[in-house]
Design a protein around this ligand. Structure first.
Ligand SMILES: [Ca+2]
Ligand SMILES: [Ca+2]
Ligand SMILES: [Ca+2]
Ligand SMILES: [Ca+2]
Length: 326
């Protein structure tokens, strides 16, 4: 595992973590799933320990896809956690954000070849109450866990369930017509939310490595106005309030992190952690001999011109054969 963080604007609002996973022994591990469990709490930490429990019981989880790159051909999926209303200070009818407010959001995104060919799941659940989370009717018949999983079998079941749960802001809506189990009643306004982002199935062979990245990002200004929640939020019709939430800083921070991640790995066409003749061979076979596409195409754009072509193969060749920098 390698962690990278920066202290200067504008790349000081995320941490990149790179994982390299291999197995011990001589038998391949099949149908493996990898997940990142997120227990995000949004609130003012300067409050005393007696108030910490209150910080976390009014938060929401959700997920989001957004397009990146000049032509929007690449996308990133992330899970986010934020306070429900941003904790404004309230005096009578007037709302104001102060230094005890939680107006930002946090997000976790997976980077590298984890989308596309793999099954991506996003699950959230209420950790402080009954542990409930959205569950597809088709899954509920065979999986009895919808939220926090205690046993290894339950953890595997939820990591591999293939669900992309609707956002927690929609938890009061009936999603049964879209194939979701109805929520239990009563639900709390919002909860100590926890969520899980996972991918697979993978076969991990002895001597081979699974490599991927994760970015943990912050985004300020997620709640725009102190009275948005009071003015716009209706649990039966939450879309006007959701539209008031500002994802732009989370999006740009995650896009920056992805750009750095892709740049750090440029040229590693076969995604094995190094750039050598094997990458050149794979790229040429892909470009000119109809071979299957590389598992993570963004790193093949070695010269960062927005497309993958001959110039990238030449750059790898000059690096491998003549020692030139990529
Ligand atoms: Ca909170
Ligand atoms: Ca679920
Ligand atoms: Ca390589
Ligand atoms: Ca290129």
């Amino acid at each position: 595992m390698r962690q990278i963080a920066w202290g200067g604007v504008p790349i000081d609002e995320f941490v990149l973590i790179e994982y390299v996973i291999s197995i011990v022994g001589h038998v391949p591990v099949r149908n493996a799933y990898i997940g990142i469990y997120v227990d995000g709490d949004a609130g003012y930490l300067g409050l005393g320990p007696e108030d910490w429990a209150e910080i976390c019981v009014d938060d929401w989880s959700g997920s989001r896809y957004f397009a990146v790159g000049e032509d929007g051909s690449d996308s990133v999926f992330y899970a986010w956690v934020a306070d429900d209303d941003g904790d404004p200070a309230v005096a009578g009818e007037s709302y104001a954000f102060d230094n005890h407010s939680a107006t930002g959001a946090m997000a976790v995104a997976l980077l590298g070849p984890v989308g596309g060919t793999s099954q991506l799941s996003f699950n959230w659940w209420n950790a402080s109450g009954d542990g409930w989370g959205p569950c597809r009717i088709s899954n509920c018949a065979r999986i009895h866990v919808t939220g926090y999983a205690y046993s290894d079998a339950d953890k595997y079941a939820i990591m591999s369930n293939g669900e992309l749960d609707y956002d927690q802001i929609e938890m009061w809506l009936d999603h049964t017509s879209e194939g979701w189990q109805p929520p239990p009643s009563p639900l709390s306004r919002s909860t100590d939310t926890q969520c899980l982002i996972s991918f697979g199935p993978l076969t991990i062979y002895p001597g081979k490595q699974i490599r991927f990245g994760m970015v943990l990002a912050a985004g300020y200004g997620f709640h725009r106005k102190a009275d948005d929640f009071a003015e716009l939020y209706d649990r039966e019709l939450p879309f006007a309030y959701r539209d008031s939430l500002d994802f732009s800083v989370l999006d740009s921070n995650i896009a920056r992190a992805k750009g750095i991640f892709d740049y750090l790995h440029r040229g590693d066409v076969n995604w094995n952690g190094k750039v050598d003749i094997g990458d050149l061979v794979d790229l040429v076979r892909y470009l000119y001999f109809g071979a299957e596409g590389p598992s993570y195409l963004p790193v093949c754009d070695v010269n960062q011109d927005g497309s993958v072509g001959l110039a990238d193969a030449v750059a790898i060749a000059m690096h491998v054969l003549a020692g030139q920098p990529l």
